[in-house]
Design a protein around this ligand. Structure first.
Ligand code: FES
Ligand SMILES: [Fe+2]
Length: 317
């Protein structure tokens, strides 16, 4: 496949996704890689194809003394540069390609070995410095191209259809739209109907959401977008991460941050919050995956200029 948006910085993992000395497989732009992290926090990334007989290295295991990955097929060992380790000796030349990574705090970025075209946005470090990390939610591969997946999060009319069941949003008003190159931002006010007791029982976090939910969505095309809102238990920030796996497969996950008013509330609402976000991502992916092939739209809704702006950024990359 052709590289999608070459030179874009992709946030391929949060450190907590990797574990310690465990292989973690990533598919980016049609290519499989294996990542692993040692107990000193160093992260390595390598082509997942073993240069001997092409077994997937991510099914192998890590040698923590040598920071190497061992192939599951014939147990050959490679370091993070792709050099073979044998009988206590290390080859000088790599046999396989490493994935160049930029690790900033807990965030693992890559340009997919392309020439950088836009800087890595510092928003995620800023949020991590200001908020508590709550957890990861909504991690999945959506059976869709990158642009369609990005566009649903720039679509300010889908809340009352796609997400009507969970949040009971009946109306959504966009109050501001600002843009500056690859950055754009929307402020919105969503009016919610009452949740049923059953919905509240299975998702107690719904109780903390006001009837008129004001939120800001800040986009750092094409790597991440952040939704900021205020709930009854304090402000939270949802970092939505996307990267292209294949032409028709897009990876999505969300990093959830919050500032709870009382520390004791974190365990109480953590699970419920992550679960609600899982549901949101499921609803979005259902909407994207069940669409028929695109045609020229015969109807226009208000606020679609945000989607048009994102589409322009994609097409003019
Ligand atoms: S295929 Fe990897 S060691 Fe043989
Ligand atoms: Fe959505």
């Amino acid at each position: 496949m052709n590289t999608i948006l070459p030179g874009a910085p992709w946030l391929i993992a949060h450190r907590s996704m990797l574990g310690i000395n465990k292989p973690y497989k990533v598919t980016l732009n049609g290519q499989d890689y294996v990542l692993w992290q040692n107990d000193r926090g160093e992260v390595f990334g390598l082509d997942n194809v073993c240069p001997h007989m092409q077994a997937p290295l991510s099914n192998g295991w890590i040698c923590q003394e040598r920071d190497t990955i061992t192939c599951p097929f014939h147990a050959l060992e490679f370091d993070g540069e792709g050099r073979l380790h044998r009988e206590g000796k290390r080859d000088t030349q790599p046999l396989s390609r490493s994935l160049k990574l930029t690790v900033i705090g807990d965030f693992i970025w890559t340009y997919d070995n392309c020439e950088p075209r836009v800087p890595i946005p510092d928003i995620v470090q800023n949020i991590a410095a200001e908020y508590d990390f709550i957890g990861i939610a909504g991690e999945k591969t959506i059976r869709s191209d990158f642009l369609s997946t990005w566009l649903i999060n720039s679509d300010f009319n889908h809340q009352n259809g796609t997400h009507r069941e969970l949040f009971q949003i009946v109306q959504n008003q966009m109050t501001e739209f600002d843009k500056d190159g690859y950055w754009y931002q929307v402020k919105q006010e969503s009016t919610r109907a009452n949740n049923s007791l059953g919905e509240i029982f299975s998702n107690p976090v719904l109780l903390t959401l006001p009837k008129i939910l004001k939120s800001t969505v800040e986009y750092f095309f094409p790597s991440v977008l952040v939704l900021y809102a205020e709930s009854g238990i304090g402000p939270f920030a949802q970092v939505v991460v996307q990267y292209p796996q294949q032409n028709d497969r897009t990876k999505i996950y969300e990093l959830i941050f919050g500032k709870f008013k009382f520390a004791g509330m974190k365990p109480l609402f953590r699970q419920s919050m992550l679960k609600a976000i899982d549901v949101v991502v499921e609803q979005d992916s259902m909407a994207i995956e069940t669409r028929y092939p695109s045609q020229l739209a015969k109807i226009k809704l208000p606020n679609e200029e945000v989607m048009a702006y994102a589409e322009k950024l994609y097409k003019e990359w």
